[in-house]
Design a protein around this ligand. Sequence first.
Ligand code: ADP
Ligand code: MG
Length: 238
Amino acid sequence: MAEVRLREIRKSFGETAVLKGISTVIPDRAFVVIVGPSGCGKSTMLRLVAGLERADGGTISIGGRDVGHLEPGDRDIAMVFQNYALYPHMSVAENIGFGLSVRGLPRAEIRERVRRAAEILQIAHLLDRRPRQLSGGQRQRVAMGRAIVRNPKVFLFDEPLSNLDAKLRIVMRTEIKRLHRDLGATSIFVTHDQVEAMTLGDWLIVMNNGHIEQEGAPLDIYARPATAFVAAFIGSPP
Ligand code: ADP
Ligand code: MG
Protein backbone atom coordinates (compact mmCIF):
# COMPACT_ATOMS: atom_id res chain seq x y z
CA MET A 1 0.00 0.00 0.00
CA ALA A 2 1.37 3.41 -0.92
CA GLU A 3 -1.34 5.89 -0.18
CA VAL A 4 0.13 9.40 0.07
CA ARG A 5 -1.48 11.57 2.72
CA LEU A 6 -0.78 15.27 3.32
CA ARG A 7 -2.26 16.96 6.34
CA GLU A 8 -2.16 20.74 6.78
CA ILE A 9 1.19 21.11 5.04
CA ARG A 10 2.68 24.57 5.29
CA LYS A 11 5.89 25.92 3.79
CA SER A 12 7.41 29.38 3.53
CA PHE A 13 10.57 30.65 1.93
CA GLY A 14 11.60 33.64 3.98
CA GLU A 15 8.54 35.88 4.29
CA THR A 16 6.69 34.21 1.44
CA ALA A 17 4.09 31.58 2.32
CA VAL A 18 4.25 29.14 -0.60
CA LEU A 19 2.02 26.34 0.76
CA LYS A 20 -0.78 27.50 3.02
CA GLY A 21 -2.21 24.34 4.53
CA ILE A 22 -2.43 21.57 1.95
CA SER A 23 -4.50 18.52 2.90
CA THR A 24 -5.25 15.69 0.50
CA VAL A 25 -5.19 11.92 0.19
CA ILE A 26 -3.80 10.23 -2.90
CA PRO A 27 -5.01 6.63 -2.90
CA ASP A 28 -2.74 3.65 -3.45
CA ARG A 29 -2.03 3.11 -7.19
CA ALA A 30 -3.96 6.20 -8.24
CA PHE A 31 -2.79 8.49 -11.05
CA VAL A 32 -3.37 11.98 -9.74
CA VAL A 33 -2.53 15.19 -11.62
CA ILE A 34 -1.78 18.39 -9.75
CA VAL A 35 -2.46 21.32 -12.05
CA GLY A 36 -2.09 25.02 -11.44
CA PRO A 37 -0.40 28.14 -12.79
CA SER A 38 3.33 28.66 -12.66
CA GLY A 39 4.49 29.67 -9.16
CA CYS A 40 1.46 28.26 -7.28
CA GLY A 41 3.59 25.79 -5.30
CA LYS A 42 3.34 22.52 -7.26
CA SER A 43 7.05 21.72 -7.31
CA THR A 44 7.42 22.67 -3.67
CA MET A 45 4.66 20.24 -2.78
CA LEU A 46 6.33 17.41 -4.72
CA ARG A 47 9.72 18.22 -3.21
CA LEU A 48 8.19 17.95 0.25
CA VAL A 49 6.75 14.52 -0.57
CA ALA A 50 10.14 13.51 -1.94
CA GLY A 51 11.93 14.78 1.16
CA LEU A 52 14.00 17.35 -0.76
CA GLU A 53 12.46 20.09 1.40
CA ARG A 54 11.16 20.09 4.97
CA ALA A 55 7.66 21.35 5.80
CA ASP A 56 7.25 24.11 8.40
CA GLY A 57 4.10 22.41 9.65
CA GLY A 58 1.80 19.48 8.96
CA THR A 59 2.46 15.82 8.25
CA ILE A 60 3.13 13.65 5.22
CA SER A 61 2.67 9.90 5.25
CA ILE A 62 3.38 7.32 2.57
CA GLY A 63 1.74 3.93 2.99
CA GLY A 64 0.58 4.88 6.46
CA ARG A 65 4.09 5.72 7.64
CA ASP A 66 4.97 9.26 8.70
CA VAL A 67 7.93 10.16 6.47
CA GLY A 68 8.65 13.66 7.83
CA HIS A 69 11.93 12.56 9.39
CA LEU A 70 13.04 10.23 6.56
CA GLU A 71 15.75 11.04 4.02
CA PRO A 72 14.69 11.01 0.32
CA GLY A 73 16.40 7.66 -0.22
CA ASP A 74 14.30 6.00 2.48
CA ARG A 75 10.87 7.12 1.24
CA ASP A 76 10.21 4.53 -1.48
CA ILE A 77 9.69 7.28 -4.06
CA ALA A 78 11.30 8.22 -7.38
CA MET A 79 11.04 11.59 -9.04
CA VAL A 80 11.19 12.48 -12.74
CA PHE A 81 12.02 16.11 -13.48
CA GLN A 82 11.58 18.44 -16.43
CA ASN A 83 15.29 19.13 -16.59
CA TYR A 84 16.62 15.62 -16.41
CA ALA A 85 20.39 15.85 -16.25
CA LEU A 86 21.95 12.74 -17.72
CA TYR A 87 25.66 12.11 -17.18
CA PRO A 88 27.19 12.84 -20.60
CA HIS A 89 30.25 10.62 -20.12
CA MET A 90 28.19 7.56 -19.14
CA SER A 91 26.34 5.12 -21.37
CA VAL A 92 22.56 4.84 -21.20
CA ALA A 93 22.92 1.64 -19.14
CA GLU A 94 25.26 3.36 -16.68
CA ASN A 95 22.94 6.36 -16.44
CA ILE A 96 19.95 4.15 -15.62
CA GLY A 97 21.88 2.00 -13.18
CA PHE A 98 23.84 4.77 -11.48
CA GLY A 99 21.59 5.07 -8.43
CA LEU A 100 21.78 1.35 -7.87
CA SER A 101 25.57 1.18 -8.10
CA VAL A 102 25.83 4.05 -5.61
CA ARG A 103 23.77 1.91 -3.25
CA GLY A 104 26.23 -0.94 -3.76
CA LEU A 105 23.93 -3.49 -5.39
CA PRO A 106 25.64 -6.49 -7.00
CA ARG A 107 26.58 -5.87 -10.61
CA ALA A 108 24.59 -8.77 -12.02
CA GLU A 109 21.44 -7.52 -10.30
CA ILE A 110 21.99 -3.99 -11.60
CA ARG A 111 22.45 -5.30 -15.13
CA GLU A 112 19.22 -7.30 -14.89
CA ARG A 113 17.19 -4.42 -13.47
CA VAL A 114 18.56 -1.97 -16.05
CA ARG A 115 17.72 -4.42 -18.82
CA ARG A 116 14.16 -4.84 -17.56
CA ALA A 117 13.61 -1.06 -17.20
CA ALA A 118 15.02 -0.50 -20.69
CA GLU A 119 12.67 -3.12 -22.14
CA ILE A 120 9.65 -1.55 -20.49
CA LEU A 121 10.67 1.82 -21.98
CA GLN A 122 11.60 0.33 -25.35
CA ILE A 123 15.18 1.61 -25.24
CA ALA A 124 16.93 -1.76 -24.81
CA HIS A 125 18.68 -1.21 -28.16
CA LEU A 126 20.20 2.06 -26.92
CA LEU A 127 21.92 0.84 -23.75
CA ASP A 128 25.48 1.34 -25.09
CA ARG A 129 24.90 4.85 -26.46
CA ARG A 130 25.87 8.14 -24.86
CA PRO A 131 23.21 10.79 -24.09
CA ARG A 132 24.43 13.08 -26.91
CA GLN A 133 23.57 10.32 -29.40
CA LEU A 134 19.91 10.30 -28.31
CA SER A 135 16.84 12.29 -29.32
CA GLY A 136 14.92 14.35 -26.78
CA GLY A 137 12.30 11.66 -26.39
CA GLN A 138 14.90 8.95 -25.90
CA ARG A 139 16.62 11.04 -23.22
CA GLN A 140 13.32 11.45 -21.46
CA ARG A 141 12.92 7.67 -21.49
CA VAL A 142 16.38 7.25 -19.96
CA ALA A 143 15.39 9.68 -17.22
CA MET A 144 12.27 7.62 -16.58
CA GLY A 145 14.41 4.47 -16.60
CA ARG A 146 16.36 5.86 -13.69
CA ALA A 147 13.15 6.16 -11.73
CA ILE A 148 11.71 2.77 -12.75
CA VAL A 149 14.88 0.87 -11.96
CA ARG A 150 14.50 1.77 -8.31
CA ASN A 151 11.16 0.02 -8.18
CA PRO A 152 9.49 2.73 -6.09
CA LYS A 153 6.01 2.59 -4.56
CA VAL A 154 5.40 6.23 -5.59
CA PHE A 155 6.37 8.10 -8.77
CA LEU A 156 6.57 11.88 -8.66
CA PHE A 157 6.54 13.60 -12.06
CA ASP A 158 7.42 17.29 -12.13
CA GLU A 159 6.41 18.57 -15.58
CA PRO A 160 8.50 15.86 -17.25
CA LEU A 161 7.14 16.54 -20.74
CA SER A 162 7.41 20.34 -20.87
CA ASN A 163 10.63 20.32 -22.88
CA LEU A 164 9.33 17.99 -25.58
CA ASP A 165 7.70 19.03 -28.82
CA ALA A 166 3.92 18.75 -29.06
CA LYS A 167 3.81 15.47 -30.96
CA LEU A 168 6.25 13.67 -28.69
CA ARG A 169 4.46 15.02 -25.65
CA ILE A 170 1.30 13.20 -26.71
CA VAL A 171 3.20 9.95 -27.30
CA MET A 172 4.89 10.20 -23.90
CA ARG A 173 1.59 10.86 -22.11
CA THR A 174 0.33 7.51 -23.38
CA GLU A 175 3.61 5.89 -22.36
CA ILE A 176 3.42 7.28 -18.85
CA LYS A 177 -0.13 5.99 -18.43
CA ARG A 178 0.91 2.56 -19.72
CA LEU A 179 3.84 2.51 -17.30
CA HIS A 180 1.52 3.43 -14.50
CA ARG A 181 -0.79 0.53 -15.33
CA ASP A 182 2.06 -1.96 -15.76
CA LEU A 183 4.07 -0.99 -12.69
CA GLY A 184 1.19 -0.57 -10.27
CA ALA A 185 2.74 2.35 -8.39
CA THR A 186 1.02 5.45 -7.06
CA SER A 187 1.71 8.39 -9.41
CA ILE A 188 1.57 12.12 -8.76
CA PHE A 189 1.99 14.13 -11.95
CA VAL A 190 2.46 17.90 -11.83
CA THR A 191 1.75 20.19 -14.77
CA HIS A 192 0.71 23.77 -15.53
CA ASP A 193 -0.93 22.56 -18.76
CA GLN A 194 -4.72 22.22 -18.47
CA VAL A 195 -5.03 20.01 -21.55
CA GLU A 196 -2.35 17.66 -20.26
CA ALA A 197 -4.10 17.51 -16.90
CA MET A 198 -7.49 16.76 -18.43
CA THR A 199 -6.12 13.98 -20.67
CA LEU A 200 -3.84 12.33 -18.13
CA GLY A 201 -5.54 12.53 -14.78
CA ASP A 202 -7.95 10.02 -13.30
CA TRP A 203 -8.24 12.59 -10.54
CA LEU A 204 -7.25 16.28 -10.59
CA ILE A 205 -6.08 18.55 -7.83
CA VAL A 206 -6.33 22.18 -8.94
CA MET A 207 -3.91 24.42 -7.07
CA ASN A 208 -3.69 28.17 -6.93
CA ASN A 209 -1.53 30.43 -4.83
CA GLY A 210 -0.45 27.81 -2.26
CA HIS A 211 -3.77 26.12 -1.67
CA ILE A 212 -6.07 23.54 -3.25
CA GLU A 213 -9.00 25.13 -5.08
CA GLN A 214 -10.79 21.93 -6.04
CA GLU A 215 -10.29 18.17 -6.39
CA GLY A 216 -12.24 15.74 -8.46
CA ALA A 217 -12.64 13.74 -11.65
CA PRO A 218 -11.58 15.88 -14.66
CA LEU A 219 -15.01 16.02 -16.26
CA ASP A 220 -16.74 16.88 -12.98
CA ILE A 221 -14.35 19.77 -12.44
CA TYR A 222 -14.86 20.91 -16.01
CA ALA A 223 -18.64 20.73 -15.67
CA ARG A 224 -18.89 22.06 -12.13
CA PRO A 225 -15.97 24.33 -11.24
CA ALA A 226 -16.13 25.21 -7.54
CA THR A 227 -14.56 28.66 -7.79
CA ALA A 228 -14.18 31.46 -10.31
CA PHE A 229 -10.48 30.65 -10.51
CA VAL A 230 -11.15 27.02 -11.49
CA ALA A 231 -13.78 28.08 -14.03
CA ALA A 232 -11.32 30.45 -15.70
CA PHE A 233 -8.29 28.16 -15.44
CA ILE A 234 -9.83 24.88 -16.59
CA GLY A 235 -12.32 26.46 -18.96
CA SER A 236 -9.94 28.70 -20.89
CA PRO A 237 -7.77 27.32 -23.71
CA PRO A 238 -4.05 26.92 -22.88
P1 ADP B 1 5.36 25.86 -9.35
O1 ADP B 1 6.08 24.56 -9.39
O2 ADP B 1 3.88 25.71 -9.17
O3 ADP B 1 5.67 26.72 -10.52
P2 ADP B 1 7.10 26.40 -7.10
O4 ADP B 1 6.72 25.41 -6.05
O5 ADP B 1 8.31 26.11 -7.87
O6 ADP B 1 5.84 26.65 -8.05
O7 ADP B 1 7.29 27.82 -6.44
C1 ADP B 1 6.30 28.44 -5.66
C2 ADP B 1 6.83 29.75 -5.14
O8 ADP B 1 7.87 29.50 -4.22
C3 ADP B 1 7.41 30.66 -6.20
O9 ADP B 1 7.05 31.98 -5.88
C4 ADP B 1 8.90 30.45 -6.08
O10 ADP B 1 9.59 31.61 -6.45
C5 ADP B 1 9.05 30.17 -4.59
N1 ADP B 1 10.20 29.28 -4.29
C6 ADP B 1 10.30 27.98 -4.66
N2 ADP B 1 11.44 27.44 -4.21
C7 ADP B 1 12.08 28.42 -3.52
C8 ADP B 1 13.33 28.49 -2.81
N3 ADP B 1 14.14 27.43 -2.69
N4 ADP B 1 13.64 29.68 -2.23
C9 ADP B 1 12.81 30.74 -2.33
N5 ADP B 1 11.65 30.74 -2.98
C10 ADP B 1 11.28 29.61 -3.59
MG1 MG C 1 7.33 23.74 -10.88
